[in-house]
Ligand binder design. Structure first.
Ligand code: ADP
Ligand code: MG
Length: 262
């Protein structure tokens, strides 16, 4: 697509004209089976550094399965995946990949018995071997970035859903990932909390983060996405700009889908 050639519109760290923007995700002919069910059917995708890619499609089309294969939460069983130059094969590169790729889920998945700040400092102190003081300094900085520094010493259950999701984003950022994956990050939120989470994601996109976001939030997609991928039955059937997708989807299934969500 044009955006893949010229580089992302969202990236603050845009490279000079003609300069190659590196590929950070390369998926080639990716397959995934669950028993006899064929969940991913030869998925191909290249994502350049700083691109913001929104993934939409019907329930059960493989969106979650695909992004989970990108940080090996679910191992793929055919084809190849390379993340920031690291081939994702078997168990060998799992730790390296998971340091590169942060993930935010629909259901927050915070540790309920840890304070907000401890949720954020856990991985940096254990995996990155940061000192407690350094991890806390950085944790508070990230909480300020997502707008909830004053909640640092509360427990997740004392926070609203929107606040918990912002903690989950800060926790993922604490590992300094190169890529952030979001799987329907606002689907479990009450309507009044969706905006505060999307605003944090927009800021992240503008800062140049490479992001893959499964979401049906069209406003977000139109404002910050460089590309829209439409999944259907285990494959990407449309890969285009938000403008082209929302005004003139090429694929019949995409037309039907838009008819339902708009
Ligand atoms: P989406 O996120 O697009 O709604 P998923 O990637 O979650 O879809 O699922 C794709 C298909 O794979 C669905 O039919 C789902 O039932 C199946 N599936 C996903 N995870 C598993 C699993 N762990 N075991 C068996 N089937 C699964
Ligand atoms: Mg899903």
């Amino acid at each position: 697509t044009a955006s893949a050639i010229t580089g992302p519109k969202s990236s603050a760290a845009r490279t000079a004209p003609g300069q190659e923007v590196p590929l950070v995700i390369e998926a080639r002919a990716v397959e995934k089976h669950f028993g006899t069910f064929h969940a991913l059917r030869g998925v191909n995708l290249s994502v350049r550094q700083g691109e913001v890619v929104v993934i939409i499609g019907p329930s059960g089309s493989g969106k979650s399965t695909f992004i989970r294969t990108l940080n090996a939460l679910d191992p793929h069983d055919g084809g190849t995946i390379t993340v920031d130059g690291i081939p994702l094969q078997g168990a060998r590169n799992l730790d390296a990949i998971r340091r590169e790729v942060g993930m935010v889920f629909q259901s927050f998945n915070l540790f309920p018995h840890l304070s907000v700040l401890d949720n954020i400092t856990l991985a940096p102190t254990r995996v990155r071997r940061a000192s407690k003081a350094e991890a806390e300094r950085r944790g508070l900085e990230l909480l300020r970035r997502v707008g909830i520094e004053e909640q640092a010493h509360k427990y997740p259950a004392q926070l609203s859903g929107g606040q918990q999701q912002r903690v989950a984003i800060a926790r993922a950022l604490a590992m300094d990932p190169k890529i952030m994956l979001f799987d329907e990050p606002t689907s479990a939120l009450d309507p009044e909390m969706i905006k505060e989470v999307l605003d944090v994601m927009k800021e992240l996109a503008r800062s140049g983060m490479t992001m893959l976001v499964v979401t049906h939030e069209m406003g977000f997609a139109r404002e910050v996405a460089d590309r829209i991928l439409f999944f259907d039955q285990g494959n990407i059937v449309e890969d285009t700009t938000p403008e082209a997708f929302y005004t003139n989807p090429q694929h019949e299934r995409a037309r039907q889908f838009l008819g339902k969500i708009l």
